[in-house]
Design a protein. Sequence first.
Length: 295
Amino acid sequence: MPTIPSDSASHQARQRTNALLPGRWNAVRELPMVSHAHDNPELARTYDRVSDPQFEGGQRLVEGLALEPGERVLDVGCGTGRLAEWMATRTGPNVVGVDPLPERVALARQRAPNLRFEVARAEELGAFADGSFDAACLSAVFHWIEDKARALAELARVLRTGGRLGITTRAAELQRAGTLAEVLVPLLRRPPYRDHATREASACAATLTEIVTLLQQAAFELRELHVIQRRRWHPHGEDAVDFYESSAFGNLLSVVPEDLRPRIRADLAAAFETRRRPAGIPLLDYGVLLVAVHR
Ligand SMILES: C[S@@+](CC[C@H](N)C(=O)[O-])C[C@H]1O[C@@H](n2cnc3c(N)ncnc32)[C@H](O)[C@@H]1O
């Protein structure tokens, strides 16, 4: 597998993250790049339609935050705003969502015009004053963030002392255990993809040790940590590809050059089809849920 190309910004982000990690985690690990440039209106609409698994995971996460009426909540990486809208039914309209993808923020604004949504990355929350939130959540987002240390420093800044932070994310240790890796990794090792794939995975998941270490270094005290197993059924292989591609905002198939994308889409759908059972195509993912408090 060729090595991952590294633009200087993402390389520096990785160095910053790793520089904060002690001992053997101090080496710069080559994490894949995440692009915000592959999204489009159709992918955003598809995500809105197929994102029940993330929405349900987000609802479970929010239960752990024990939100009270009137609390100010920041939904980081809010996507199309489904979870923010749901949180507002508990807290009232003090819920703010941010996401770097303008198409998804546009859908969120249409969905909940009474809430504030901004285009922003977790690493740059400059639109918000120090201590301006009681709680924040990152539902299915943390593995997409390249500069995790900076994002957590920003979250610590905008949360008040005692503010709660909820995260659901993939963990590097569990990445290979899910259906997507089982299907995609062998495919990318075969021709014609073997000679063209620029990277192997589609997100920059950190290990659990890294996540916990980064939380501690950003002055968060870990209160809860759970491994989550997510199983769902898709009616056909194409539908499973739509789910992963829209969840990855175009970063899944962009590992190969544009002219190979229709082919890898078809091959991936066919590979999912080989797993068909009477109820459909089973997909299994593992992730983690963390709740921490800002000291
Ligand atoms: C799988 S979606 C989850 C969306 C939503 N939280 C949900 O639960 O449905 C991942 C989201 O992370 C967002 N994201 C990617 N990089 C980000 C970053 N650096 N800061 C904040 N959000 C980011 C993407 O734009 C995308 O909307």
